[in-house]
Design a protein around this ligand. Structure first.
Ligand SMILES: NC(=O)c1ccc[n+]([C@@H]2O[C@H](COP(=O)([O-])OP(=O)(O)OC[C@H]3O[C@@H](n4cnc5c(N)ncnc54)[C@H](OP(=O)(O)O)[C@@H]3O)[C@@H](O)[C@H]2O)c1
Length: 196
């Protein structure tokens, strides 16, 4: 079922959205495809999924199934093809794909030796799947996220050379960038590293 929920952040609304989402999962192509049916069709798809963990700590053990991101994004691409939707924008992370060499030493260690390895590996698969899919894409690569306000966003090429070890960006700034990436063609078929 296609639902538009106004007030989804309200005290009843969050439960409503939660339950509605529980009736579908991006891991099932049928559910993803349903979201595309109807009119008007979406013009772009934005993915801000993150594999769930046993606790809020980023170092916590993963709870989502293996390859959750890759599976979900592959479904999105299949549904995009079925419904002729052209643009895919995915929130990934600094350190994914060919930006890995420009991660700080500390983050390279984290990536290699903590449970965060699983989500980086999953993002790497997404990077490959999307690049070979034939859809127009933007794979945004933010570094450490903060809860700050919207601010100017700087880009550091596809691989993040020069972004620095302490780079951060607010979640709100990332969302503005993701929406800009849908509306404009400036970053099409690229993997911009973005930071404040
Ligand atoms: N944290 C950082 O500093 C950082 C830095 C750079 C990049 N990133 C990347 O940014 C992206 C977004 O991160 P975030 O912290 O904004 O994400 P988040 O708050 O953890 O949100 C994750 C989303 O994925 C959904 N999800 C997780 N597991 C699921 C499952 N098994 N089935 C269906 N839905 C599921 C969650 O839905 P439910 O809540 O219903 O499970 C939620 O909507 C991630 O890809 C992450 O790698 C994070």
């Amino acid at each position: 079922m296609r639902l538009v929920v106004l007030g989804g952040n309200g005290r009843t609304g969050v439960h409503l959205v939660d339950r509605a989402l529980a009736r579908g999962t991006p891991r099932k192509l049928e559910d993803v495809s349903k979201a595309f049916s109807g009119s008007p069709k979406p013009e772009a798809v934005i993915v801000t999924l993150n594999p769930s963990r046993l606790s809020d700590s980023p170092f916590s053990r993963p709870a989502a199934p293996p390859r959750f991101l890759a599976h979900s994004v592959a479904n999105a691409i299949t549904a995009m093809r079925q419904h002729d939707v052209k643009k895919l924008v995915v929130m990934q992370a600094m350190g994914v794909g060919d930006s890995r060499p420009h991660m700080s030493f500390w983050m390279r260690w984290v990536r290699r030796w903590t449970y965060m390895k699983h989500s980086y590996d999953d993002h790497d698969l997404v990077d490959e799947i999307v690049k070979f899919s034939g859809v127009s894409y933007v794979l945004a690569r933010p570094p450490w996220l903060t809860d700050g306000k919207v601010g100017p966003v700087r880009t550091f090429g596809n691989t993040g050379k020069g972004v620095g070890n302490l780079a951060t960006i607010s979640r709100r700034s990332v969302t503005e960038f993701l929406l800009d990436a849908c509306e404009k063609s400036d970053w099409d078929c690229s993997t911009p590293v973005i930071a404040s």
